[in-house]
Design a protein around this ligand. Structure first.
Ligand SMILES: *Cc1c(COP(=O)(O)O)cnc(C)c1O
Length: 563
């Protein structure tokens, strides 16, 4: 549903889109033969504005596809309610480091001949209500399959990245039946579809799984399809569940971290769900100064990120110096955006997440006196926040206001707190590379993976996080960061967060810069070498796309040795 293709294209909202983009960037670098489909999102997600009290308002982000993409001549149609909607595609060429192209097709319904409503179906990412969403999912899933065919693509494997794309299975089944009614589909027909489909689920939060009422399904998809989907067990609690639909029609399914695989198996016990842990695209998220340092110290890192493991004996001063530059770049951006001049010597924490309540953005302010004491012991403390709330998420918006309120109530010369507007790609890169510690404290087990801590690790920045999502696999206490220990309440977990700051983070940062440099070095060596999308796309190739076939046969590495 979303892909972060490049910073100037507002075709993504957050983690899901950034991950999709990073995956495709690695596929392009490694020469993996994939093609991606998404919606055009002519009006983008939204630009966030915060007033002095932290009240969020949203502005549309119209953009011109022709500035980035070329229009394809092909046209396909999908049926939505009782209408026929025509779909076109814009092609974006995503080029890898050796010139391999991964085409991304952005589907668009803004065409003469479509009704005014239908022309807007590809306008807003996560806009509108569930009726709008189901109609968009028809364009994405069914339109995507038909467009692939109209473009002449020979597809071996369809990868549904999240349930948003699950309706592609219906288009495949219908094409299997030569356009006949779904009611005549046999088990063998369904098996044919299953052999071509794989699926990744992305969230353990039940509300994160798209669900639609029977009434909506009948009205928008049609009675015949709805009856078939019910028969196939794609309804749960009386609702059409897109995750169930995707699972029913996939030969392979996975969650996005070890723990998320477990949680997903509990949510859907009738299915075998594997896990492939997420990563980030190294060259996209490592800051300029750190990349330059790596090019000097381990020049092979670009070809094969496993060589980052060789950083175990890097001189501490090298990583400290590169990081100091990245921190300066971040602080310059903070100053230009807010006028607040932060001190590059002072311990700086980063917290940037979508403002969903389970992510507990205000946990650090549970005990303001204790936080103040920590700031004094540290010789100052700076905390940089950022994050958007979904326009319809009132509790999320209230959370941003609470953080902004806390920031002005408790902020002073020793404890500086700033909330930056409009968290997006560029700011994400500056923040994850420039802070000293990345903080993440969601309520367990709602974090499927999380990727911003991986971006930080790629830059040698340790995390201080709840043991959920990727951090269960990434945390080596005192070596790659620190765990906030599990408690029975928010209060208890806040105590653990403070304790770790007091006993581990602050003394090390304040008194032992050399040891801090070693911590940064092991963070980059151990976690950078693993939590990247080059490793991840190889795992998809081996486990999901081509099980039993050597990755080398799938032409993964050929181009990588072309130079
Ligand atoms: C990386 C990133 C995200 C996702 O972060 P998570 O830690 O996975 O929640 C969201 N938005 C932006 C702008 C990012 O760069």
């Amino acid at each position: 549903m979303e892909i972060a293709i490049q910073p100037a294209m507002p075709t993504y909202s957050g983690g899901l889109g950034v991950l999709a983009g990073d995956t495709l960037r690695s596929a392009a670098d490694l020469g993996v033969p994939v093609t991606a489909f998404t919606l055009l999102h002519r009006k983008g997600y939204f630009q966030q504005h915060l007033d002095a009290t932290g009240l969020q308002t949203e502005e549309v982000q119209p953009w011109n596809p022709a500035d980035f993409c070329t229009e394809e001549a092909a046209r396909v149609t999908v049926s939505v309610e009782d209408r026929v909607v025509t779909v076109r595609a814009w092609r974006y060429n995503l080029e890898g480091r050796f010139g391999h192209i991964v085409p991304i097709y952005l589907l668009d319904t803004d065409l003469d001949g479509n009704s005014g409503w239908d022309r807007g179906l590809t306008d807003h990412l996560y806009g509108g209500d569930t009726n709008y969403r189901l109609q968009q999912e028809i364009v994405l899933g069914m339109g995507g399959v038909r467009m692939a065919s109209a473009l002449g693509l020979q597809v071996n494997v369809y990868h549904m990245n999240e349930g948003h794309a699950a309706l592609l299975t219906l288009a495949l089944l219908e094409s299997q039946l030569g356009g006949g009614p779904l009611s005549v589909a046999t088990e063998a027909d369904i098996e044919q579809v299953r052999r071509k489909c794989v699926f990744t689920t992305h969230t353990p939060v039940p509300a994160g799984h798209d669900r639609f009422s029977t009434e909506q399904s009948i009205r928008i998809l049609g009675g015949d399809r709805t009856a078939r989907l019910e028969k196939l067990g794609c309804f749960r609690d009386g609702l059409l569940n897109m995750t169930l639909l995707a699972l029913r029609f996939s030969r392979y399914a996975n969650g996005v971290a070890m723990q998320h695989g477990r949680v997903s198996r509990n949510m859907f016990p009738e299915f075998a769900i594997d896990s492939i842990t997420n990563g980030v695209h190294a060259a996209t998220w490592i800051s300029g100064p750190v990349q330059q340092m790596l090019d000097e110290e381990v020049p092979t890192w670009r070809r094969d990120h496993l060589y980052l493991r060789n950083l175990v004996d890097l001189q501490e001063t090298k990583i400290l110096a590169a990081h100091a530059q990245a921190k300066d770049d971040l602080l310059a951006e903070v100053a230009s955006r807010t006028g607040m001049v932060l001190n590059p010597k002072v311990l700086t924490l980063g917290f940037a997440r979508r403002a969903a309540t389970y992510k507990r953005a205000t946990l650090l302010f549970t005990d303001p006196q204790r936080l103040q004491a920590i700031a004094e012991a540290a010789g100052g403390l700076q905390i940089i926040y950022a994050g958007k709330a979904h326009p319809q998420d009132e509790p999320g918006k209230a959370l941003i206001q609470k953080v902004v309120e806390d920031a002005s109530k408790y902020g002073n010369d020793t404890l500086r707190v700033v909330y930056l507007e409009n968290y997006a790609w560029d700011l994400g890169a500056l923040l994850t590379a420039g802070v000293d510690v990345w903080v993440n404290n969601p309520r367990r087990p709602y974090e499927a993976s999380g990727t911003s801590g991986m971006k930080a690790a790629m830059n040698g920045v340790p995390s201080l996080s709840i043991l959920d999502g990727w951090w269960i696999e990434g945390c080596i206490e005192g070596v790659t960061g620190w765990a906030i220990e599990d408690g029975d309440s928010d209060e208890e977990e806040a105590q653990s967060l403070y304790r770790k700051l007091e006993t581990a983070v602050v003394p090390l940062y304040r008194d032992e810069p050399e040891k801090w440099g070693r911590l940064m070095r092991t963070t980059l060596a151990y976690n950078g070498s693993y939590f990247n999308t080059d490793r991840m796309i190889r795992q998809y190739s081996r486990n999901a796309y081509y099980p039993g076939v050597l990755v080398e046969k799938a032409k993964v590495v050929e181009e990588a040795y072309a130079d």
